[in-house]
Design a protein around this ligand. Sequence first.
Ligand code: ISL
Ligand code: CA
Length: 540
Amino acid sequence: MLKDWWKNSVVYQIYPRSFCDGNGDGVGDIKGIISKLWYLSKLGIDVIWLSPTYPSPNADNGYDISDYYGVSEEYGTMDEMKELIKKCDELGIKIVMDLVVNHSSDEHPWFIEAKKSKDNKYRDFYIWRKGDGENPPNDLKASFGGSAWEYSPETGEYYLHFFSKKQPDLNWENPNMRKEIWKMMNYWIDLGIGGFRMDVIDTIGKVPDKKIRENGPMLHEYIKEMHRETLDGKNLLTVGECWSANTDDGIKYSNPERHELSMIFQFEQCMLDRIPGGERWDSRPLQLTELKQVFSKWQNELYGKGWNSLFWDNHDLPRIVSRWGNDGEYRVLSAKMLATLLHGMQGTPYIYQGEEIGMTNVPFNRLEDFSDIESVNMRKEWKEKGKTDEEILVSLKRNSRDNARTPMQWNSGYQAGFTTGTPWYKLNPNYVEINAEDALNDENSIFYYYQKLIKLRKSTPAIIHGKYELLLPEDEDIYAYLRTYEGETILVVCNFHNCNRTFSFEGKGETLISNYPTEKILDLKNIELKPYESAIYKII
Ligand code: ISL
Ligand code: CA
């Protein structure tokens, strides 16, 4: 196995609940995933990142785990999981498991024990503090709203939870707790998985008394210990989800000499349509020049020193074609443009289920249709703040995680081919026009465009290793950059908007991929770009 194989790989994220239901109960499952491996293989991906499939009371759709060693009955059995790993292996696909160890479920046996008494063996697996009089220990807030401290009547103390109160934070200061995590990781590694995606890993070094959430003083020590105890010499793909990271942090996590992780999954670009200093639910339009600054900074500063993930979408983000593309008339063209922009860069690309067919945000018009815990809590908080239903709806439609979680659209038939029963969550009604079957029957579909991009990456060393150079930094419509490696230069040009624009480059290009019909060889001086036109040229 090639060292750093993950640099040449493309990852596909599956959100199991919504991918494919194999037994008709309305919830996606492992059997369903196995039935679609041919589809993923056809797309050409190398790795599946599987969002959590462990037993869970589902306070946060599986990101609240009650047994790290098992498979939720909803999703199948351990034998089916083993079968999935084996079938994937036969197709040259690796499974990357979601590692959610900032917190467990409050229904995990460790927590059930820990809350019983102050001298319980598992007490120190979690973080307990006395209240400040009648109040919580301090004013730390939970990501899903309210205080990050929950009173526990059994012992009269509070426990910390950065997410919902059903997700108590694990105490990483406790070496016995850490040992349990290493043991569990080794168990999965021995089952033959290809690596881990590490949920909010930047918070495990927290110091709650000083109100430090991310990047605590011990963070990288813990990750190094993890490396020594579990990952060392195994050649796995390990990716840390880090909302807080800047490029220096990115290098810390992913520089091979530091023996931590393969790569970082950071979100600086995703923050660009938030209002600076504002809250998660307020948004503003994206400025293309700012997107260029952020992407270019990461491309340049990690070059030769670290490794980044390339993604637009995941299960926590609205759909990119609705967010920064055009989900009306130019849906197909803009989806291809966005893919081109991302897949020409350095890093490991991640495709989130449905992105490859251009799935869009939900058109739901009732507040009750938004079901994610974060959306439900936001609705309550905004109501208390006096916001109108209309304001809440506008923000949910634009920002809710539910946008990414409607069932995968397989065909235009019954329940979009997702289930033979009743889906656990509403379908986006546009499955009649947007679905995998139609995409597979159309040689110009977004699906085949992604397939081609994946092939192109694998056959073009400049895409994997090339030095990045941004062109036209001030231009608000065109995003263009070069990648150069061992005498080969490729040019990526994307018209980000619904307008015609002229672009000029001194030289001739061979078209490697394009979302409009284009000549094979062309002079790049003064070319006309049509709405959302994008292409990758080899400079000849
Ligand atoms: O999705 C968010 C809003 O944009 C974040 O607040 C999100 O909770 C954060 O990205 C952390 O995400 C990860 O951990 C959460 C889980 O709910 C997310 O699904 C997961 O990706 C807690 O485990
Ligand atoms: Ca099912």
